[in-house]
Ligand binder design. Structure first.
Ligand SMILES: Cc1cc2nc3c(=O)[nH]c(=O)nc-3n(C[C@H](O)[C@H](O)[C@H](O)COP(=O)(O)OP(=O)(O)OC[C@H]3O[C@@H](n4cnc5c(N)ncnc54)[C@H](O)[C@@H]3O)c2cc1C
Length: 390
C-alpha cells in the first residue's frame, strides 16, 4: 500500500477542527474491525477517527509504505509502471483507493471573486478564527455547508448561505438515528446495477446532517432560526456582484418532498418486512423561505469579507495516465472495475457498488467484490498475486 502521507492522512490533513462524523459510532466498521467504545450512539471527532483507522491499520498488518507520493501511473505491456516520490514500481494490477474527496469542486466563476475577499475551500477551512472579521458567504448547503454555516454564525459573524439542490434529513426519526433506518431498510445496500439513474445517484449531494452529542437536526429551518440568511444557488459573479438563482423556494420544496418520500419508504418497511415497533411516523414542518430572498450581493461594498466554498469534492487523478479518465477528470468504471485498462480497480468512489460506497462502513462489501474480481484476473493471467494499493 502506497500512502503519500500517513495512515488516515485525509483525516489528519484535510478536515476542519470541529468536524465529527455524521455516521454514528456503531456504524463505524472496517473489515473484521468494529467500534468497541462506550458510546455506540455518539459521533467520532476527527482525532477519534484517526485513532480508529490507525488501530485498524495495526490490526490488519498490511504493509503500508508511508510518505510515498504516487506521481504517475502508466500502462505497460504486462501491467503498470508506477512512479513515486520514493522510486518506481512495476505491478500487474492496481487498486485506486486514493479517495473521492482529494480536491475541492469549485465553480470556474470563483475566479471572479474580488481580490478584497478571502476565498476559502472546505478543504482549506479549519475554524472561524482563521477567517477575516466580517460577513461570510457560505456557498453550498449540503453536509459541509450547513455545518460550516452553523459554526461560523455561532462565532459571531453574519452568515449568508447560498442554497442549491440538497438532501434534507432529520437527525433522528421515530426515536432512532436516521442512518439506522437507511441501513436496516436496505436503502444503503442498494446496488449500483439496480439504480435507474446511476450517474445522478453518483452526483447526489451529501445529506444535511451533523454529528453532535445532542443529536441535533441541522436543517435550513434551524439555521434560519439562528440568524443565517438563506439565498438561492450562486449562479455567477459578475462585475463584483454575486448573483443568486430565484429558485430557492423550489429547491427547498423538492428537498422536503424527497425527505418525506424517504420517510414513507421507512414507514412501509417498518410496518411490513422490518416489523419495527418504534415510535409513530413523524412528518416535519416545511422549510420556511424568506418572503423575498436576495438575488444579488455587491461583493465590493464590504458586507461580505470571505467566501467559503462548500460546493463539493472530487477525486484528483492528475497522476493517472490511463485512457479511462474522462475530460472532467472522472474515472470510467463499472462497479470499480476499469474495463478500458485491465487490472485497474477503484474503491471508495460514490455509489461504486452500493449507495454506501463512499462511507467508512461501505468499504467492507465493496472490497470483497473488488478483491474477488482482482484475484480472478490475476489467476486467469497466470501471474503471481502481486498488487499494490494506492
Ligand atoms: C468532510 C468530510 C466528512 C466526511 N464524513 C464522513 C462520515 O461522517 N462518515 C463516513 O463514513 N464517511 C465520511 N466521509 C467520507 C470519508 O472520507 C470516507 O468514508 C473515508 O475517508 C474514505 O476512505 P478512503 O480510504 O476511500 O479515502 P481517503 O480517506 O480520502 O484516503 C485516501 C488516501 O489516499 C492517499 N492518496 C491520495 N492520492 C495519493 C497519491 N497520489 N499517492 C499516494 N497516496 C495518495 C491520501 O493521502 C489518503 O490517505 C467524509 C468525507 C469528507 C470529505
Amino acid at each position: 500500500m502506497l500512502e503519500r502521507g500517513e495512515v488516515a492522512n485525509s483525516w489528519r490533513r484535510e478536515r476542519w477542527d470541529s468536524l465529527r462524523l455524521l455516521t454514528p459510532n456503531w456504524q463505524s466498521r472496517l473489515p473484521g474491525f468494529a467500534y468497541d467504545g462506550t458510546d455506540p450512539d455518539g459521533y467520532m471527532t476527527v482525532r477519534e477517527v484517526i485513532e480508529f483507522v490507525s488501530r485498524f491499520a495495526a490490526a490488519a498488518g498490511a504493509p503500508v509504505r508511508t510518505h510515498t507520493d504516487v506521481t504517475s501511473v502508466r500502462r505497460i505491456d504486462d501491467g503498470y509502471h508506477v512512479a513515486t516520490s520514493n522510486g518506481d514500481l512495476r505491478c500487474r494490477a492496481i487498486v485506486l483507493a486514493s479517495g473521492a474527496c482529494n480536491a475541492a469542486a469549485v465553480p470556474a466563476f470563483s475566479a471572479a471573486v474580488p481580490a478584497s475577499i478571502a476565498s476559502i475551500t472546505a478543504l482549506e477551512y479549519r475554524n472561524p478564527d482563521r477567517l477575516p472579521d466580517g460577513g461570510v458567504l457560505v456557498v453550498g448547503a449540503s453536509a459541509t455547508g450547513v455545518q460550516l454555516a452553523d459554526e461560523i454564525q455561532r462565532s459571531g459573524r453574519r452568515v449568508t448561505l447560498s442554497v442549491g439542490e440538497h438532501v434534507r434529513l432529520p437527525r433522528t426519526y421515530r426515536g432512532r438515528d436516521v442512518l439506522w433506518w437507511m441501513l436496516e431498510s436496505g436503502v444503503w445496500d442498494q446496488r449500483y446495477d439496480e439504480i435507474d439513474d446511476l450517474s445522478r445517484a453518483r452526483s447526489l449531494p451529501s445529506p444535511q446532517l451533523v454529528g453532535t452529542p445532542e443529536r441535533v437536526t441541522l436543517d435550513l429551518n434551524a439555521l434560519a432560526a439562528s440568524g443565517v440568511e438563506l439565498v438561492g444557488r450562486l449562479s455567477a459573479i459578475r462585475d463584483g456582484r454575486a448573483l443568486f438563482s430565484g429558485g430557492l423556494r423550489n429547491v427547498c420544496a423538492l428537498a422536503d418532498l424527497k425527505m418525506h418520500r424517504l420517510l414513507d419508504t421507512f414507514d412501509e418497511w417498518a410496518a411490513g418486512k422490518g416489523g419495527v415497533d418504534a415510535g409513530e411516523p413523524e412528518r416535519f414542518a416545511p422549510t420556511e423561505i424568506p418572503a423575498s430572498s436576495r438575488l444579488g450581493i455587491d461583493l465590493t461594498r464590504g458586507e461580505i469579507r470571505s467566501i467559503v466554498w462548500a460546493t463539493g469534492f472530487a477525486p484528483d487523478y492528475r497522476w493517472l495516465h490511463v485512457p479511462a479518465v474522462d475530460a472532467k477528470g472522472r474515472l470510467r468504471h463499472d462497479g470499480g472495475v476499469v474495463a478500458e485498462s485491465p487490472g485497474l480497480y477503484a474503491i471508495g468512489l460514490p455509489v461504486l457498488r452500493r449507495r454506501k460506497s463512499t462511507f467508512i462502513h461501505g468499504a467492507e462489501d465493496d472490497a470483497r467484490d473488488i478483491v474477488d474480481h482482482l484475484v480472478q484476473y490475476l489467476q486467469a493471467d497466470g501471474s503471481a498475486l502481486t498488487k499494490y494499493f494506492l
